[in-house]
Design a binder for this molecule. Structure first.
Ligand code: ADP
Ligand code: MG
Length: 277
């Protein structure tokens, strides 16, 4: 039997609570349908812990659908069907007997349009991340959690003196960072971001990109973006999706971001990253 010294035990507890929880997410031959319409065909992709994976490709090629299969949001759409597996550190999030909330707590999502609760205070908006997932926070820990999540989202210094103001009073970029803070409240292992900066000005976009760079030390990040400079700036690897002439979306090319942009292997990737689509 090994005995853990009390000091070390404290450190272990702390790291489990506030520290690195990033996990590797792997899609294994994921296909998706809406009714009879097949929109993804056997897509496989590994999204490693501590990395940012960017999903790029023209509109309609299935990037958002793919993202929704990664945290079981896809199955909420009545006509939707799915095949394949999604593995979080090796465990299939679709395993029979695993509840949808199990996946949802570990794999958060941030959308294109910031969607805080506009009439709810900033403080309660962050805590709503817990309530949405059926988690109760102890009274003492709430203040700490709100500060921690707002800090990680890069918003704490701007709002610490007005936590009782409504979410709707913030600028668009601040609202998006509030939504990131809300997603972080459950301490997810993966954060999915669907064009998180498309509705934002360049300065706010920069702030979100800085936040992504800091968050990736503890959360695996998958980001959909139409902005090639952004993909080049924030991501470690990149997957290029394409759905040609009514066929379902597939990944044409996947790899290290620098290689994808500087030496793409497929002529369609070269055309897309160079703006010829
Ligand atoms: P992207 O995010 O790459 O623009 P989407 O995943 O949104 O692509 O869409 C992929 C395909 O699935 C498109 O043909 C789109 O029309 C279709 N689609 C998306 N959402 C739905 C839905 N809720 N019901 C039916 N078809 C959908
Ligand atoms: Mg989309």
């Amino acid at each position: 039997m090994t005995v853990t010294p009390p000091q070390l035990a404290d450190t272990l507890v702390q790291s489990a609570v506030g520290g690195d929880t990033a996990a590797t997410l792997r899609a294994d031959t994921v296909s998706a349908w809406f009714g009879d319409h097949k929109v993804l065909d056997r897509v496989s992709l590994t999204m490693p812990a501590h990395e940012v994976t960017a999903l790029i490709g023209p509109s309609g090629c299935g990037k958002s659908t793919f993202l929704r299969t990664l945290n079981r949001m896809h199955e909420l759409i009545p006509t939707a069907a799915l095949a394949g597996r999604v593995l979080l550190d090796g465990g299939d999030i679709y395993d029979r007997g695993r509840r949808i909330t199990h996946a949802r707590r570990q794999i958060g999502m941030v959308f294109q349009k910031p969607n805080p609760f506009p009439a709810m205070s900033l403080y309660d908006n962050v805590l709503a991340g817990l309530k949405l997932n059926g988690i109760k926070a102890g009274r003492d820990s709430k203040d700490d959690l709100v500060e921690e999540c707002l800090t990680k989202a890069g918003l704490w210094r701007e709002v610490k003196d007005r936590l009782r103001q409504p979410g709707g009073a913030l600028s668009g970029g601040q609202q998006q960072r509030l939504c990131i803070a809300r997603s972080l409240a459950v301490r997810p292992r993966v954060l999915l971001m669907d064009e998180p900066c498309s509705a934002l000005d360049p300065t706010s976009t920069r702030r979100i990109e800085e936040t992504i760079a800091e968050l990736k030390t503890e959360v695996t990040i998958v980001i959909v973006t139409h902005n090639m400079q952004q993909a080049a700036r924030v991501s470690d690897s990149c997957a290029f999706f394409l759905a040609e002439q009514g066929t379902p979306g597939v990944i044409v090319e996947h790899g290290d971001t620098d290689a994808m942009f500087n030496a793409p292997q497929d002529s369609r990737t070269a055309d897309y990253v160079n703006g010829r689509f």
